[in-house]
Design a protein around this ligand. Structure first.
Ligand code: MG
Length: 333
């Protein structure tokens, strides 16, 4: 039995809205969704496409693809301090594969339900496999976290640990044989968007971005738009225990681990600038939080504008590192 586009939407993507106060006046199935914005809030909108053979492998587990397509979009909302509310989804598929769609929608809705995000519309088209997700969130007026407000002497901070997604990709490409292979592949494919942390940062951080293209590249976006520079301490870059284990057992060398942490991308951790006083307050809020929020590492500080934009130090000595990140139109820059 082959399903029509309408049947397909109905079957796999029309879910009863269970969220109270979802703000959905008219949801999926009409020409447009009609959404209510609470008084005193602004709308945050972000769209990301995932294209087969560019962002993911053709044989990727569809459950994980559905999960990640939403996760990377939620990460952008987190970077603005927005609370996720609604999402629309466009899928281009080479053929109607019901098993694939069932798994894709299972992954997508598992994460959507976790953050009470309601699917309010979408489109399906026949063609080369690609996924486009557009998320909408809300943020109290004036409290969105910009990129262009970093100030000299503030601390540069990052959540959780870095480089794991990049090592996961390297494992998939068989560039490394590591002990904890599946852990790193999970870090790549089952990204955890830092939504709760973004919300805590609203009143505390001066600038914020999520690390999708690599720490140095994404930090540059903050520094360029804020007219500042930064000094980073290599030894303060957070590497997970399992990453350190791989270094200790010789699966990867330390240089590679730092390269992944600095330039690998696919971390989806939050990178932000904050005053020392506000960081102390943030850490108290994290301690009190009912949901688990990852630890914050101070990796350096903001300086007045100077060249190079990012200076790296290792035990107080300046070190040079190739500060590349990934740019889709230029390749490695
Ligand atoms: Mg982003």
């Amino acid at each position: 039995m082959s399903l029509s586009e309408f049947d397909l939407i109905e079957h796999y993507f029309k879910r009863t809205c269970t969220t109270e106060n979802s703000g959905v006046a008219i949801g999926i199935g009409d020409d447009c969704a009609i959404l209510d914005l609470p008084d005193g809030y602004q709308l945050a909108v972000s769209t990301d496409s995932l294209v087969c053979d560019v962002h993911f492998f053709a044989d990727v587990d569809p459950y994980r693809l559905g999960y990640k397509a939403l996760a990377v979009n939620l990460s952008d909302l987190a970077a603005m301090g927005a609370t996720p509310k609604w999402v629309s989804l466009a899928i281009t598929l080479p053929e109607m594969d019901e098993l694939w769609l069932a798994e894709f929608s299972r992954g997508f809705f598992e994460l959507a339900n976790k953050f009470n995000v309601v699917l309010v519309g979408g489109d399906t088209t026949k063609g080369p496999l690609s996924i486009t997700v557009s998320v909408k969130g809300i943020v109290p007026r004036g409290l969105a976290l910009p990129r262009n407000n970093a100030q000299a002497d503030e601390l540069v901070c990052v959540s959780a640990s870095l480089g794991e997604g990049a090592l996961g990709l390297a494992c998939k490409l068989n560039e490394h044989t590591v002990k904890n292979r599946q852990y790193f592949i999970d870090a790549l494919e089952l990204t955890e968007p830092r939504v709760e942390l973004g919300i805590l940062l609203r009143n505390l951080a001066s600038s914020c971005i999520d690390i999708s293209d690599g720490l140095t590249q994404d930090l540059r976006h903050i520094l360029k738009s804020s007219n500042c520079s930064a000094k980073l301490e290599l030894d303060k870059l957070p590497l997970s225990d399992l990453m350190r284990e791989e270094i200790q057992t010789g699966s990867i060398n330390e240089q590679s681990a730092y390269q992944y942490a600095l330039t690998g991308g696919d971390d989806y951790e939050l990178l932000f600038t904050i005053s020392a006083a506000n960081l102390a307050q943030l850490n108290k809020l994290i301690e009190k939080s009912e949901v688990t929020i990852p630890a914050i590492s101070v990796i350096g500080f903001v300086t007045p504008l100077q060249q190079p934009l990012i200076q790296l130090f290792k035990q107080n000595e300046a070190v040079s590192f190739s500060l590349q990140g990934w740019d889709h139109f230029k390749g490695q820059i």
